[in-house]
Design a protein. Structure first.
Length: 90
């Protein structure tokens, strides 16, 4: 029962958090995530991957999926430091 209440409380907070920033700020965030994830992907050998950025990410992280043929990777962007890490998507 506690788990359901905790999930419901978290779900109720998500829209409020997403409304806290302007549309321009979210667009700037998505652009930065895409650019940094693309640079990281290219440094690991991907040539021109498609970058799919989650519109909001989480409170702490931005998330993107990079696809190039059969090669798929997940990019995690730390909002506080604006650094990224890649991991293979299996």
């Amino acid at each position: 029962m506690f788990r359901i209440a905790a999930i419901a409380a978290f779900a109720a907070l998500v829209p409020a958090a997403s409304e806290a920033s302007s549309p321009e700020a979210w667009e700037e965030f998505r652009t930065d995530v895409a650019a940094k994830c693309l640079a990281a992907a290219k440094s690991t050998g991907m040539k021109s991957p498609e970058v799919l950025v989650h519109p909001l990410g989480t409170e702490t992280y931005g998330i993107a999926v990079l696809r190039e043929g059969a090669d798929k990777r997940i990019c995690v962007y730390v909002k506080q430091t604006q650094k990224v890490e890649l991991t293979p998507a299996t």
